[in-house]
Design a protein around this ligand. Structure first.
Ligand code: GLU
Length: 607
């Protein structure tokens, strides 16, 4: 029997049928948006660790929002789908390139210690409280800076109103999102302490267990928090009803009495909330092989440490080296820069941080004098003196790497005007303090454990001890690179102190080794932070370089995964590449507004 052609009207009716069904009759179940580690095209780009969050940012760009509007929308969505890494109860640093003025601005939204905090915040009877107990406590909670950061960024640089950029996130929280393996494993890793707080348990462990992969998780309390925030602005936290709940949860942690767990109360008050301010700071800036590298200054150590390491590396031709020598120089520059970071960087409102001096080429040259091609420096290395650099000189004993957490998230956005945002935000450890504010749907940070509880090296001044109103030192390194005054790329990563080495490795991988951005992000990572042993992923140096590095004196300890980077890059023809992780954390989510064909040869070096 001959087949009869299907009439066009029937085809159209079938295609349009799903659109014609009323929403009530066929409620749309949430499904994970498609995700890709790389995308290229016009109209702007968003890269984050999560597909729902990237989709929220792209939605705002499509509606005519600029990079700042989209960055806030993406961050708000991450607060829903990645609530263990960042959110309303945390802080962060936003770096912004304004295409109209050609300037780079930064917003410091770091959490602050309460006025009652003293140097002995984490000491009892003169001894440090066990780190895990300090983390899961009211003591570690800093005044959240994220809500104020979003409002500041929109007021100063955005084009849309707060409720409008919050709406996509509000909808995800209301409707729910699909739990993936990354989410489930984060709950699993924290199950014991989450179970101790009924509000946390009920939200993230429905039925008392981590949610199964593929199930839908809703957070109506957070949807309501975002609604209130959109309506009343940051005052709802800093002077209003949500603030009162935060203070109550900090002062009387809502722990299940049956949990038999010590949860120390904190000292945050309503006055501390009222006193909170974001700070618009000068970015750090260095020149690197003809490019301008902008980063976040103190209290983050990101800009100074990435910048110093690049200044050290600038004296060497990384492009001409074999892989072993390139990696050796990367590890050694990072070791030296960390020696200086640990000694000199803290909150500039409390100590005289030599930001400018740390970033001079003169200082980097004095430090690079120690770097030998045939031998790894014995760690920990002593710091140099940025105030009066002398070749190969040192200033007092070494200050080894202190303990710091390992979570956070980074997002990168560009818009069609050429504005760029690199934004890293956090609640410190995965799951922060573990305390969900009852009825509000978000976790409180444990950022104050980024302070050192006591001087790392007795007798050496430590710029990172707790203090009233003080901001703990961070490693977050949102970075924007300009070429001839126009954006070339932007990157960042989570990962505690490894953030700095991840950003450094991605930058040198892209700028010096000519890897496409997505491959520079995917490259196996190692992290040397002035300690005797370098952390490395299992496949780092698998082509024989690891053995060759060991022969130079490097020692490695394998850890599962380092960082979750995202970035954007502007191609010479004006298109944007968005790039994210191929596999780490289950793979990141890169997207552009108008995708185009992937160009061959985009990998070629930029200079
Ligand atoms: N709290 C850390 C910092 O500010 C970030 C935590 C992390 O990335 O794991 O440096």
């Amino acid at each position: 029997m001959a087949l009869r052609p299907i009439p066009l009207l029937v085809v159209l009716a079938v295609l349009l049928l799903p659109l014609a069904v009323p929403a009530e009759a066929a409620p749309r179940l949430p499904h994970p948006p498609p995700t890709s580690p790389v995308a290229v095209g016009f109209g702007g780009a968003v890269s984050s660790v999560d597909a729902d969050a990237t989709a929220a940012g792209l939605q705002v760009l499509r509606r005519g929002g600029n990079a700042v509007d989209a960055a806030v929308a993406t961050a708000a969505a991450l607060g829903v789908t990645e609530p263990f890494s960042s959110g309303f109860g945390g802080g962060g640093f936003l770096v912004y390139y304004n295409a109209r003025t050609g300037n780079v601005y930064t917003v410091d939204g770091r959490e602050t210690a309460p006025a009652a905090a003293r140097e002995d915040l984490f000491l009892e009877d003169g001894r440090a409280i066990p780190f895990e107990e300090a983390v899961t406590s009211g003591l570690s909670v800093g005044v959240p800076g994220t809500p104020a950061t979003w409002q500041t960024a929109l007021d100063r640089f955005g084009t849309m109103r707060l409720p409008d950029v919050l709406r996509p996130a509000e909808r995800i929280a209301e409707r729910g999102f699909v739990v993936d393996e990354h989410f489930r494993s984060m709950v699993q890793d924290n199950a014991a302490r989450f179970a101790a707080f009924p509000a946390t348990r009920d939200l993230f462990m429905p039925g008392g267990r981590p949610p199964a992969v593929g199930t839908v998780l809703r957070n109506p309390d957070l949807a309501n928090t975002y609604r209130l925030f959109g309506k009343h602005g940051p005052d709802v936290l800093y002077r209003g009803e949500i603030g009162r709940d935060v203070v109550r949860a900090v002062q009387n942690p809502p722990v299940d009495p049956a949990a038999a767990r010590i949860v120390r109360p904190g000292r945050m008050t309503g006055d501390d909330l009222r006193a909170y301010r974001t700070v618009l700071r000068e970015p750090t800036r260095i020149r690197y092989r003809g490019l301008d590298i902008y980063g976040m200054g103190p209290p983050s150590s990101g800009g100074t440490t990435v910048g110093e390491a690049l200044n050290i590396l600038e004296r060497f031709d990384l492009r001409a080296m074999d892989d072993t020598q390139y990696l050796h120089h990367f590890l050694e520059a990072s070791k030296l820069a960390f020696a200086d970071r640990n000694r000199w960087v803290g909150d500039p409102a409390f100590s005289d941080v030599p930001t400018r001096e740390l970033l001079t080429q003169h200082f980097a040259d004095a430090r690079s004098c120690l770097l030998r091609p045939d031998r790894a420096l014995e760690a920990p290395v002593a710091p140099g003196d940025p105030h009066s650099p002398t070749p190969c000189g040192k200033s007092g004993p070494a200050v080894p790497k202190p303990d710091e957490g390992d979570s956070t998230t980074h997002l990168t956005v560009a818009d069609s005007q050429g504005n760029v945002v690199a934004y890293t935000l956090t609640i410190e450890q995965t799951g922060g303090s573990g305390i969900v504010v009852p009825g509000r749907g978000f976790l409180l940070n444990n950022e104050l454990t980024d302070f050192n509880s006591a001087p790392i090296t007795p007798g050496v001044p430590d710029p990172n001890l707790p203090g009233p109103g003080k901001r703990p030192r961070s490693s977050m390194s949102p970075t924007i690179v300009l070429q001839h005054g126009r954006p070339l790329l932007a990157v960042g990563s989570p990962g505690g102190t490894t953030i700095i080495t991840t950003v450094l490795q991605v930058l040198t991988g892209r700028l010096d080794r000519g890897l496409p951005l997505v491959d520079a992000i995917a490259a196996p990572r190692a992290s040397q932070r002035n300690s005797t042993v370098t952390s490395a992923e299992a496949d780092f140096g698998a082509g024989g370089e690891r053995a060759a590095l060991e022969a130079l004196g490097h020692r490695f300890k394998v850890r599962s995964s380092i960082g979750l980077a995202t970035g954007v890059e502007r191609l010479p023809d004006g298109r944007w590449v968005a790039a994210a992780e191929r596999t780490r954390g289950g793979g990141g989510a890169a997207g552009v507004v108008f995708p185009t064909w992937w160009p061959p040869g985009h990998a070629s070096s930029t200079r």
